[in-house]
Design a protein. Sequence first.
Length: 201
Amino acid sequence: MYKRQVLEAAVRVKAAVVASDPHEQTSHGDDVGRERLNYGHTLGHAVEAHERFTWRHGEADAVGMIFAAELSHRCLGLSEDVVSLTRSILSDLGLPVSFDDVAWSDLRATMALDKKTRMDPTTGRRVLRFVGIRAPGSVAMIVDPDEDALAMKESGDEVKDLKGRFVCAGFNDSHMHLLNYGNALGAADLSQHTQSLSGMK
């Protein structure tokens, strides 16, 4: 029964939003109309495209909602608590909250085709526009965000072009396992004295 109540409430909210802005006018700042229904969709649609639409729409949008929350934190001051809560809720529902199968540059290029993008008349380039939130229930547009913010880079991050090579992250420290070291002290190393098993007898 609870699921039905949630779904019915969601339908009523969506119907009210669509009725108030039936032609989806371009939103500006905090004056966000029907576009608010696209929260998480900009990256979500890019994920869908790169997965050749084998993902469910809600799964792709879940990843997009995490991205939108993170971007809102960087650009609109959304609290980290809300970002964490968003991640927890979606994860608890069994939805994906990350997507690492495609290079960021490819996702970025696909997002540039999103229906919410607009042409900048002064530069002639397409500007990315995202639906973000300042707080739960407080919707605002994020227009032409900084590329570092989009790529979720932190201040001081350094990017290296590996030119197609593979790197495996790891941490190596100088240490010793005392038990293994003690056992090794009681062993004889004959590798330098013989080349065959029979020579060790």
